[in-house]
Design a protein around this ligand. Structure first.
Ligand code: PAF
Length: 289
């Protein structure tokens, strides 16, 4: 596996393999089974194309707010590289901030619709940072396809929109959320949880799943009733502060006012102490009357 630590090294490595198909997995490191499942998905795709897998590890400062955990974000590089190696990654691009961003950078990629609600409402500028870095990583690594996790469902939708609206020649593939046995979605931020918070954290997934099931079985007449059901059940999490819970159209991310034919997604974010966890589940089209 090649470890490429600068844009120059990446360009040199790419120079002789321009025509080879490539599948990209962008990450911020602190890799866990959620990420390695994306590497495995990328490997499958690359094998089908007769190509290779490129991962990137870059804690992207421009997607963090001023009071967020950029400095504290875990950076276990050696362990991360070992996981990339074990999961069939051919090359890892690990740039430093000064190589990725000029000091007087003045261009930002902004998505103006899907990114304004949900996490975008409580993390202003976050998706601008994500779109800007992902656009740069697409241009730098020139992939045919790229894999993103469904755990960050809004991010996935925003990136699909960016690819559509800016004509990036990249197919976006979604990787299913990987969970602990008790249902908690794997996240690099789970390590911040105290044992008590960790014990309560699976309630996020449990209440989302129960609400989704209630909708599918027709137990809630309206999205408002489903919302009330969610809030009541989530109220048991004494250590949590809910940031948002929304029932949205799975494609447009627009909040639904009644249950029709749309495929739905239920998304929530909650703070356990300073740690903000997000999760989401789907409700299939067929289940709705
Ligand atoms: O999902 C992430 O880890 C990041 O937002 C991404 C897509 C790697 C961009 O920095």
């Amino acid at each position: 596996m090649e470890v490429l630590t600068s844009k120059t090294e990446l360009r040199d490595w790419l120079a002789d393999r321009r025509s080879r198909p490539r599948v990209l997995v962008p990450t911020m490191g602190a890799l866990h089974r959620g990420h390695t499942s994306l590497f495995d998905r990328a490997r499958e795709e690359a094998d089908a194309l007769g190509g290779e897998v490129v991962a990137t590890i870059f804690v992207n400062p421009v997607q963090f707010g001023p009071n967020e955990d950029f400095d504290a974000y875990p950076r276990p590089l050696e362990a991360d590289l070992a996981q990339c190696r074990e999961h069939g990654v051919d090359a890892v691009f690990v740039p430093v901030v000064a190589d990725m961003y000029e000091g007087d950078r003045s261009i930002t990629v902004t998505e103006t619709r899907l990114s304004t609600t949900l996490c975008g409402a409580s993390r202003p500028g976050h998706f601008d940072g994500v779109c800007t870095v992902v656009a740069k990583l697409f241009l730098l690594t020139q992939p045919d396809a790229a894999v993103f996790g469904e755990k960050d469902y809004q991010q996935l939708a925003v990136i699909r929109r960016m690819v559509r609206d800016l004509d990036f020649p990249v197919r976006i593939l979604a990787g299913a959320t990987v969970r602990e046995e008790d249902g908690l979605a794997l996240s690099s931020r789970n390590v911040y949880l105290t044992p008590e918070q960790r014990a309560q954290a699976p309630i996020l997934q449990r209440t989302l799943a129960a609400t989704a099931q209630g909708i599918a079985e027709g137990r809630f007449a309206t999205p408002q009733a489903a919302r009330e059901g969610f809030l009541e059940a989530f109220g048991e999490a004494t250590l949590a502060r809910l940031d948002y819970f929304e029932i949205v159209d799975a494609a447009s991310l627009e909040a639904v006012e009644y249950f029709g034919k749309a495929e739905l997604r239920l998304l929530a974010a909650a703070f356990f102490g300073k740690t903000r966890l997000i999760d989401n589940v789907g409700v299939g089209r067929v289940a709705l009357g």
